[in-house]
Design a protein around this ligand. Structure first.
Ligand code: C2E
Ligand code: MG
Ligand code: MG
Length: 559
């Protein structure tokens, strides 16, 4: 059936479109509404009778109406379906996002325009919200890592084009875990929120502060400023972290470590973040509560350390490459053998023979010092068990002293190898003994109770407080070689003072690093009880040590 000219007379059509939940209306060529459904009436906020004959200018602000008219004219001209997403102000004055589909229809030589409106406001809002969630941290409302990466990408582009500088900063709270453990997670969350707030107060609005997760934050510093500006910002961040945090149940204290990477055209967003992370790692290594800048040299050093760590792990697992050397300790006045000190060496598959200074720090940082120390002790005890009259000295790192099972492990090794406890001397540094960790103190007590001797190694390099000698129960003090080798007056006076006090306290004093007869004479004269150094012997491998011990025993017998 051909449609009639009078559209409004099609009653059936009106009934049909009124059931549709979607606003539908028809306009004539003069942009006036000639047909609409109930949903459209509701959308425009007037009754259908009122709306008939309305144009957009009767419904919307003039600027909006202009735009709609222009769009309508394009549809009248082209005739095609036109789909548009637009913002419209509805009857209540709120802005809604709608998708309109418009199409020209021709009836009896007249052009009309059919429009259907889909209100997608809720959908778009949900979309925007989930986009917000995808790019923000819910606890602090700060941008998250995803958004941060995007911002770095943009900064890199700008840097590429116009050399606008920027820096990426990684910030990590030190001791945050303790706050969580002491005051609970809610307090931890509150601290994170407060710190986020403090950070935001330090940087400019054009900078991006973000939370990477946990207690890790990052800042993208834009268009700054000289190196000294960045350092000033770092100092402010360190101060902001050091300010106490009021949390439920008390005041929490933390500090922050910061790593900084400066803009580099050759770097990607991922690489920029890696660099900031490397610098942060270094800041933590250097003792936390400080900032550190990325450099290529630092990068090389850290990746070298990571390589060493992996290789050392491998060496320990396979039991290859590590070797214990031994250096004699001699009785100062007689020159007879007074003991052997075990000193580790590592034959690295690529770098050759490594000294402890090359890898012990890596072992300490990674915790590998614990299995390594265990291995050294077992090796040395096995070897020296065959020389029942020679004391054995083994170096122990602070971390080993904190181990729960330290005492039982040592006693197990002694039992297994047959070395009696009284022959074992554990060389520990002053700082290790000074540790406030109660575990260290109980361990040291238990070790001494078991008959094992505790030697204060490298004395003079640490806190060097002579009162420590009195306070800690030590069986021997070893003066650091730097004092022995530097014959300056001050140093000599210090060695003199230490030996004097030790003698009063009845503690034997060993001097290490004795290389010349002059040094030996001086040390003998001030009352050192034992000497050690290249003058007597270099550290030797097990085979040479055996030979040395055979000769030494003959000498002792002959004496
Ligand atoms: P340390 O315990 O103070 O050992 C003395 C260091 O001085 C040794 O270096 C030794 O080779 C060196 N030395 C000995 N006599 C002389 C001398 O006359 N002149 C000079 N210039 N140096 C002399 P080494 O073997 O490189 O060990 C360095 C440090 O590494 C040791 O210092 C010790 O703290 C640590 N270490 C060595 N082995 C182990 C180990 O098995 N475990 C742990 N935790 N640390 C170890
Ligand atoms: Mg030592
Ligand atoms: Mg030493």
């Amino acid at each position: 059936m051909k449609p009639t000219a009078n559209i409004s007379s099609i009653v059936d059509l009106q009934a049909i479109i009124d059931v549709m939940p979607t606003p539908v209306f028809v306009k004539n060529r003069a942009h006036r509404i000639v047909l609409l459904n109930a949903a459209a009436a509701e959308f425009f906020g007037h009754s259908p009778e009122v709306l008939l004959g309305f144009s957009d200018f009767d419904l919307f602000p003039a600027e909006e109406a202009e735009i709609f008219h222009a769009a309508d004219d394009r549809v009248f001209a082209a005739g095609e379906v036109n789909k548009n997403e637009e913002q419209v102000t509805d009857a209540s004055g709120t802005t809604r996002t709608v998708i309109t589909r418009k199409r020209r229809v021709r009836l009896d030589g007249e052009d009309y325009l059919v429009a259907i409106i889909s209100d997608v406001t809720a959908y778009r809002e949900a979309e925007a919200h989930s986009r917000y969630l995808a790019f923000h941290d819910t606890l602090t409302g700060l941008p998250n890592r995803a958004l941060f990466s995007e911002r770095i990408d943009q900064a890199l582009l700008r840097h590429d084009r116009s050399e606008i500088p920027f820096s990426v900063m990684y910030i990590d709270l030190d001791r945050f875990k303790e706050v969580n453990d002491t005051y609970g997670h809610q307090a931890g969350d509150a601290l994170i929120q407060e710190f986020a707030h403090r950070l935001a107060g330090i940087v400019r609005a054009s900078d991006t502060v973000c939370r990477l997760g946990g207690d890790e934050f990052a800042i993208l510093l834009m268009d700054h400023r000289k190196a000294s500006d960045i350092e000033r910002i770092c100092r402010r961040i360190l101060a902001a972290a050091a300010e106490p945090f009021t949390v439920e149940g008390g005041r929490a204290f933390v500090s922050a470590s910061i790593g900084i990477a400066d803009a580099d055209t050759a770097a990607s967003s991922v690489e920029m973040q890696r660099r900031a992370d490397v610098a942060l790692y270094q800041a933590k290594r250097e003792g936390r509560a400080r900032f550190c800048r990325f450099t290529n040299a630092l990068d090389k050093q850290i990746s070298h350390n990571r390589r060493l760590e992996a290789d050392l792990r491998q060496s320990l697992a396979t039991g290859t490459g590590l070797e214990v050397y031994y250096q004699p300790l001699v009785e100062a006045s007689e020159g007879t053998l007074a003991g052997m000190e075990a000193l580790i060496r590592w034959h690295h598959p690529e770098f050759g023979l490594l000294q402890p200074g090359d890898f012990v720090p890596v072992a300490e940082e990674s915790g590998l010092i614990v299995p390594m120390g265990h291995w050294v002790l077992e090796q040395a005890c096995t070897m020296m068990a065959r020389w029942p009259d020679v004391p054995l000295a083994v170096n122990f790192s602070p971390m080993q002293l904190r181990e729960d099972r330290l005492v039982s492990e040592i006693l197990k090794i002694l039992k297994k190898t047959g070395l009696i406890p009284a022959r074992l001397q554990l060389e520990v540094t002053e700082s290790a003994v000074l540790e406030t960790n109660p575990k260290v103190q109980t361990n040291l007590k238990a070790l001494r109770a078991a008959g094992i001797k505790i030697v204060l190694d490298d004395f003079g390099t640490g806190y060097s407080s002579l009162t420590h000698l009195q306070k800690f129960d030590v069986d021997k003090v070893k003066i650091d070689k730097s004092f022995v080798q530097d014959t300056g007056n001050d140093h000599f006076a210090i060695v003199h003072a230490i030996t004097g006090l030790a003698r009063v306290l009845g503690i034997p004093v060993t001097a290490e690093g004795v290389e010349t007869k002059a040094q030996r004479n001086m040390l003998q004269s001030i009352g050192c009880t034992e000497l050690q150094g290249f003058l007597y012997s270099q550290p030797m491998n097990a085979k040479d040590t055996e030979d040395y011990l055979v000769r030494a025993r003959k000498l002792i017998r002959a004496a």
